[in-house]
Design a protein around this ligand. Sequence first.
Ligand code: SF4
Length: 709
Amino acid sequence: MNSKWIPTVCYHCKAECPILARVEDGVLKEIRGNPRARGKACVKGMAGVSLEYSPDRLTRPLKRVGKRGEGKFEPCSWDEALHAITGKLSDLRDRGDAHKLTASFFPHSISDPKWRFLNAYGGFINTALPHCDSAKIVACIKAMGGVPNHHIPPNFASVPRGGVVILAGRHAMGCLDDAAVPRDILNAKDRGAILVVIDPIFTADAAKADWWIPIRPSGDTALFTGMTHHIVMNGLYNKGFAHNWIREGDFEKLRVYLADKTPEAMSKICDVPAQDIVKLAEMCASAPSVGVDSFKGIMLGQALDFGHAWTNFLAVTGNIDNPGGQPLPDLTPLSPVLPAPAGPDLAAKGWHRTGPDKDTFGKYSFIMEPTWYEAQAIKNGDLKVLITAECNPALTEMGQEEWRKAVTMTNDKGEYQLEMLVSYEIMLSDTARYADYVLPDKSYFERWELLYMPWWYNFGHGVALRQPVVEAPGECRHSNEVFIELGKRLCPEYFAFKDDLEYYDIQLAGLGLSVDKLQEMGGIWSPGTTGFRKYEQNGFGTPSKKVHLYWEDLKDVNQAMPRVGLAPEYEANAGEFPYILISYRTIFHQGSGQWTHNNPQLRDPIGGLMENPLLINTATAKKLGIEDGALVSVRSRTGKLKVRAKCTERIRPDCLGLHHGFGATVGRVAVLGEGVSDNILIPDAGMTLDWQDVVGGESHVSTRVTVEG
Ligand code: SF4
């Protein structure tokens, strides 16, 4: 028997943890975290074996034979599918409409060849997750400089004794980030760190916390600002950091701004007692470190204001780029693949990066929800070909109904307004149901991929290699291989390299590496440290080289300092819709639907979730006459659904909770008919356009609802 452990990288969710895969005679048997990479595997990661051998795996390209959405397909050859796709893309470019191609995908890395194809062809990139933490990234850049990167949590492994770890609306033990995070937080606790969880739901994180603060949704900006008030006004701030590293004049402006933001005043907004705001502030001011892990702000995404309050708090407590504090990422010097395509000149076409119309979208700072954007662009005639990979807009984003309507919309001649929809999938999804061609993708156990991270949780910056550990079934091809093939056919001058491996070799040359060498090294390269207080060498990446508390460029919109009021969604329609619906996650399911939901190990009735009941506080249920397990009707201003109630003390009485990602209409789950889609209830960006720029990122992930027995 030939059995070996092979290092690679998990992708059962978007965290991409370093793992080891045990392969026996060519069959994947077991998965565990890669100890050399400090890695851990969560329950989803370990259940990747079932995903790999799922009977739902697609093994041949499919061509639509029914109407879009009917889900009727017949097998076709790769030649036929690629011929049809290149034909359509040639035609689009000949019409001068190359920018009317959009690809939606999860950006594993800027080294991903999909980016290159879109830049070379002239298409538009619309990532699969544009909104989660974009406002916090913007806050990080404005305040501290730094490299734009997907959510950067504190380095929990470096939290010193007595350090404070704050999880604010962050379900770290749901592994939204890295399976090593829970281990590192619990180890930090064992070393004497204090864990504070700020969340309207009593999550798995709250169960491990020293202190759970059930905040009012959207109250996080007020809470952090109240703490900053107490710290600054009582002289508890980090004087060394403030004196040396906050831009001249900003601290005085902060004092003026904070004058009326007392803990008492902030308490009225966030519904956290003033004495608790003071207690937490004093705990943080006297701790050797404070790390705040958040994502997009708590539940009602007033994300930019929260991001700003968060950076102000970190600056006054001196918790930037220190052990246990907020890391600042570095770039890895990969080599460019030449010639580098310039990318489409979208501004010249009257476009803005957040949408097809510069006049409408130009003022929005953030990348809009892909589902909403795609729906609008199809309706406007600005999106003609859509390619999706590893994302599921028909189910997992607010506005799913708008998207479904838009992709089935026809013109006067009865032709689809969206001329072609292509979906790469390892198994059928709600999105694939609408596709003209469904292409069978390789799983993460079957493909090569160079993952480049400005900040990798376990190492700081570095690169990691995902490598095939087993053969792909049937005719599966990885989307990156196919995008390279499309590039060779449509823009060969930019695709002169042989294949994906040669493409990665060129990039790795900048590090003195190659794919072979990286493989020999165990698949990971990193300088081996996140590095701390790097700013002491060259200052921060801001124009002044110091931390900016006051954002002059947002003075016009009254956001030079964070606004502490609740998000518009909290205030809107409170009469008709008295409860806040919170969309949350657990460790058993990733957000995209089919991979975890069709996995029997993760849908086990004891260990995992079969369905997503509505969490309702026991007292609220009693007031409404709702019994545990009763079928209830939940309604928002966008939709209505029926779901079973789960009465619990573990949620605020003014909130209701639904686990995100359920409600698939395709696959085993759909056959069982279990679970509901929270997105039916949550308004899309189009309903809140006037808030979009105000709140930052997505306008919300939660909404107001009413519930009836
Ligand atoms: S958090 Fe779990 S499922 Fe996600 S990549 Fe890591 S091990 Fe895999």
